[in-house]
Design a protein around this ligand. Sequence first.
Ligand code: FAD
Length: 585
Amino acid sequence: METIKTDVAIIGAGGAGLRAAIALAEADPKIRIALISKVYPMRSHTCAAEGGAAGVIKADDSFEQHFHDTVGGGDWLCDQDAVEYFIHEAPKELTQLEHWGCPWNREPDGSVAVRPFGGMKIQRTWFAADKSGFHILHTLFQTSLQYPNIQRFDEYYATDLMVDDGRCQGFTAIEMKTGQMRRFQAGAVVIAGGGAGRIFPFNTNGAIKTGDGMALAYRAGAPLKDMEFVQYHPTGLPNTGTLLTEACRAEGGVLLNKDGYRFLQDYGMGPETPLGKPELKTMELGPRDRVSQSIWHEIQKGRAAKTPWGDCVWLDMRHLGEKTINERLPFVRDICISYLGIDPVAEMVPIRPVAHYMMGGIHTDINAATSVPGLFAAGECACVSINGANRLGSNSLVEILVFGHRAGLSALDYARGQKPGNDAALSTQGEAAQAKLRALFTRNIGKESISGLRKEMTDTMGEGAGIYRTQEGLTETCDKLADLRRRYADVALHDKTNVYNTDLLSALELGSMLDCAEAVAVSGLERKESRGAHQRLDFTARDDSKYLKHSMAYYHPTEPPRIDYRDVVITTSPPGVRDYSGAKK
Ligand SMILES: Cc1cc2nc3c(=O)[nH]c(=O)nc-3n(C[C@H](O)[C@H](O)[C@H](O)COP(=O)(O)OP(=O)(O)OC[C@H]3O[C@@H](n4cnc5c(N)ncnc54)[C@H](O)[C@@H]3O)c2cc1C
């Protein structure tokens, strides 16, 4: 097997992976960096982000306020030392992007424009129309091209980490064009593999978000933290799940039930505000968990509109006018017309909540180090944790920059002190990874199909681990997932060829998803309280006495994960009440 020896290897070339690579290359022009991605970098999910990225920049804002919005928004499950670091680094990273060429929208005086965002009680979301992620990823990608020591391996799929002598020393990956496996040997590895929203049937996530990065680390012994916290975004298109960014509401769009009533005022997010003037603390700019849960209740109460795509509420943007929509939300207009045949300038748009983002992920410390020496993680696949039980919109695009940067520098520090690995031991691990793949090719086709198992997995996740959960539903989902994991051992490939074998990739991605799904469901079953995005109909209150803790899921090859807990870091903000009522204090 061909071996590629490098100093630091990065899995994932989305926002977090590219930012890590640039940090490394800037810090040391001699260091060798291998950047691996299963798709071309510009096809990473970061490209799909619409609304914007949060960072304190205006005179009326403060670090303290960004800190409190984030910690309260996260229902006090954030590690507050990490949040402090994050909010201070955020404007530096966004300004750096500006210097690299990111076309942020402007105020009339030429300064950077910001827009409101859900749960942010002061305007601080930088944006580039409603294509912020596209511009951020382009900026990072073109910047990365300046550095000859970043060597890219596009369309390589990482399959297994190699851990020897108590530290991570690389991984195996398939070159998809040829089907050949390669061994990447490195002094340190950064995982920036993105989220796992595809474990749910109805989601906003790109097809590649199958939790591979999380599964790689998990199987190598790193625990997955806070996996039960899955964010539902309130405004997904009801047919495809395509996201309509929160910026629709930030620009003044409102949510109505079937009677044309702005129902959010009934769910602790009043009082009603004048049309077209979003009030920063209330109504449509409440945090995502609360808004999604309110829509769920409206649907249960029979106050949703009946549409060809099921029960929905309305997103009404008509009063914004064509000029504002074209300037600020051109992509949203495009999406509504293309996928629903509805023009938001003239008509209301039906929407319903959709699985969007994983707050949980690979446990890391504030330096992006996992518990496996030599292994670092950043971006949506990691849980550092700044998002706690509910991420605020526009914090993630900044998290990938701040902690991507941090992960790069931490990996560099680590790699510098390491002796070369033991080639023979790593070669044995490479052979073992290859043998697992061969088994997929040689196994006879039985009754289990990849798509069949996948459908059963997403169905059970939607039924048992959705917006509202119960002991019974979660238990059923956990049992089903355990069964699916057993049956997964029998899947075989129809396509036995080597060139771009998507059948093989689907099989491997399904394995990653099953591991992530099980961590979500089992962690959810164990958390007998309601906090942020984890809502239990049988334990409706937040219980700080027992659960002001991070859950930690540990992998087992044949059993469900073992769940342990870890203290939350509280520095200055003791747990309090989340208030979005707009009441004056
Ligand atoms: C539709 C949408 C809109 C969003 N809008 C916003 C927003 O406005 N503001 C905000 O803050 N957040 C937003 N988010 C969230 C945010 O965009 C993501 O959390 C963030 O971009 C994730 O970046 P990442 O670098 O961690 O992962 P990604 O950009 O998903 O990149 C993952 C990388 O890992 C690679 N990879 C994965 N597995 C493997 C493997 N096995 N081998 C090799 N490579 C692998 C992929 O090829 C890819 O390059 C949005 C998300 C979605 C889905």
